[in-house]
Design a protein. Structure first.
Length: 295
């Protein structure tokens, strides 16, 4: 089968063709403009590729409730041109193939759980820390959906005692995204993260916030593996700080083989920035299976 994948981001749309075995045959990046400008280009790509199914991992918030009248919509996004846009419906109308749909970060979590660094566990979380912060949660091998989908990048955090920055999230100020994202680092220090690589205090404060969030996730979700991706995590000096801070903040309360071996518990992605696309391929394959079961 030829499987289409769409990793829909606020800056760019990555489209790809792959197989159900996880082989990527073709890949292309398309700038995210307005739906009127961008959707025809996406649809044309998939039509030319003659796909059998499509998986979409999309920026959000999105409606994942199949019983909802707005299932498949991008909903209250700050990207105003895409607000209340029926992205699944628009694709379905033109392509007439099964379409799997989830958040972009859930797609990355699924990709890593299928072919990457969490394939040996059933319960894992994938966190992307970049322009924003997103958290994909897999419980018993399935992405967690509830009232909506987890927006755990916006959990509220206690401030570092030496940090006077108020946070850059327009909704919450001092949430994880407001304190530890790329824009938060730039707003706090006046330079981009890559320009601050040798500034130890930058990464101690950032690591403090990321670790605090991880401790909250460990205590509430009890994941068997935590994967940290995104542009901020390209600063690899962060990882040992995060692990040490998680150990300190847990303070011996959780004692498991995972928390005793944080080097194998809190890890980088394995799929070389293909985790989102590969997760979309898995979403599409799973949708084919679901539709066959309903026949």
């Amino acid at each position: 089968m030829r499987i289409g994948a769409l990793e829909a981001g606020g800056t760019k749309m990555v489209v790809a063709i792959g197989t159900e075995q996880g082989e990527i045959l073709d890949r292309k990046s398309i700038p995210t403009k307005t739906p009127k400008e961008t959707m025809p280009e996406l649809i044309q790509y998939f039509k030319e590729q003659k796909i059998d199914a499509l998986g979409i991992g999309c920026f959000g918030p999105i409606d994942l409730n199949k019983n909802s009248s707005t299932y498949g919509y991008i909903t209250s996004t700050p990207k105003l041109a895409w607000r209340n846009f029926d992205i699944v419906g628009a694709m379905k109308k033109e392509l007439h193939v099964p379409i799997g749909f989830d958040t972009d970060v859930n797609a990355s979590a699924i990709g890593e759980a299928t072919w990457g660094n969490s394939k040996d566990v059933k319960n894992s979380i994938y966190i992307t820390i970049g322009t924003g912060v997103g958290v994909g949660v897999l419980i018993n091998g399935k992405p967690l959906h509830g009232m909506l989908h987890p927006e755990a990048g916006h959990i509220l955090l206690a401030k570092h005692p030496e940090d006077t920055f108020q946070g850059c999230c327009p909704y919450h100020g001092s949430c994880m995204e407001g304190l530890a994202s790329g824009p938060a680092i730039e707003a706090r220090y006046g330079k981009k993260a890559m320009e601050l690589a040798d500034q130890k205090e930058v990464w101690e404060i950032t690591g403090f916030y990321i670790a605090q969030a991880l401790v909250n996730y460990i205590l509430t979700l009890s994941p068997e593996r935590i994967i940290l991706g995104g542009g901020v995590m390209h600063q690899e000096q962060l990882m040992p700080i995060i692990r040490e801070e998680v150990k300190r903040q847990l303070n011996g309360y959780i004692c498991t083989k995972q928390t005793d071996d944080l080097a194998h518990y809190i890890v980088f992605p394995q799929l070389n920035d293909n985790q989102g696309i590969l997760g979309c391929i898995k979403l599409a394959v799973d949708e084919i299976t679901k539709e066959k079961e309903c026949e």
